[in-house]
Design a protein around this ligand. Sequence first.
Ligand code: PMP
Length: 445
Amino acid sequence: MPPTPAHEPRPSDPSRPTAAARFAARTERMTASEIRALFAVASRPEVVSLAGGMPNLAALPLDTLAGQVAEMVARDGQVALQYGSAQGVPALREQITEVMAAEGIRAHADDVVVTVGSQMALDLVTRLFCDPGDVVLAEGPSYVGALGSFSAYQARVVHVAMDADGLVPAALAEALDRLAAAGQRAKFLYTVPNFHNPAGVTLAVERRAQILELCRRHGVLVVEDNPYGLLGFDGQTYPALRSMDPDNVVYLGSFSKTFASGLRVGWALARPTVREKLVLAAESATLCPPTFNQMMVSSYLSGHDWRGQVKSLREMYRDRRDAMLDALSAYLPPGCRWTHPEGGFFVWVTAPEGVDTKAMLPRAVNAQVAYVSGTAFYGGSGLGGRHMRLSYCYPTPERITEGVRRLAGVLEAELEVLRTFGSPTRSTTRSAPVRGTQTPAPDTT
Ligand code: PMP
């Protein structure tokens, strides 16, 4: 008998476990994010996607960049195309300290670890601090990619309520006390203080010291994730938490929103004990971050008016934010509320009682508009069903207006069903407070 060709499936041998049966326990909670699942439909051209948070690269000076890359390869190709230091290219680490100075951070390049986007820094930080079952405190709602990392390391997330001024110190104090009473201590507080993803709010300056003080008192580290800090629409920057408490804050930054997300260059800034472990963890993950990409960012920062570029990005995003807020006011039915971002990419919408944004999504996609249901930002806890994240970063102002008009039609139809049948579209999800309330989410521990 001829041998079975390699590409044909072999008959299964019941004495051998399947690949799935061999997976480590930690893979159980590795599931596709709701956002990833949406990408395929949302990227059809007829659908206005208010779902993804893709930075808008239209304003990048591509010709200038092409020239800089050609020059870099001709001049430094032997270095750019070679392995580099696990901690990152020294010249870039110096420049990163200058970027961070805009938000009041005084740091040494030795304490900067370059990562493959800040997403990798999130992964490394979680790997360093979290054993299975450890608690991480995070805003409710919280950045979905961070929740993915926490879940991959089997950490337990306790969401802390936010309002229009960001994380609520009283809710944090309550969560910390409740954990202490149960004999537990969170490993860290994960927070996005500026132009929050997905909530679109910014942590009030007077709350920053209170939050740092609370964490310090309870022996809880703060992980400050700040990819949008330079994208405040009036050019204002806020004091980084790291600038106020250098010893107890690990700071994460990224060039994804201020330059080019495809280069995957981000960083972590940490005190030496943590930084040394971060470098070891980074080395085992990638040996070193891509030298070529780092050198490209470095020559962009030194050879281009990057501050001017960030200013024009801010203006572009501000126009889009305005288009979205105008359209929300013009079209959304009564009873809807939304946040008013002063920077960044996202608006967080709260629909009237009874609406289930996850159940409604297929109907929205049929109406050719996409968003992300609030449930994605609560890590499968069932919270967030009355909410949705709308992003205004990518579509043109005209498309944003059209997208919100379509969404309003879908919401109207949903509310009509509710009025007629008097029951929610589906009742498996619960709402969670963000704006104008200081009540912690019902299951914050
Ligand atoms: N943190 C937050 C809050 C984000 O919104 C994002 C990107 N959406 C990231 C981290 C990851 O960014 P990157 O890996 O591209 O640096």
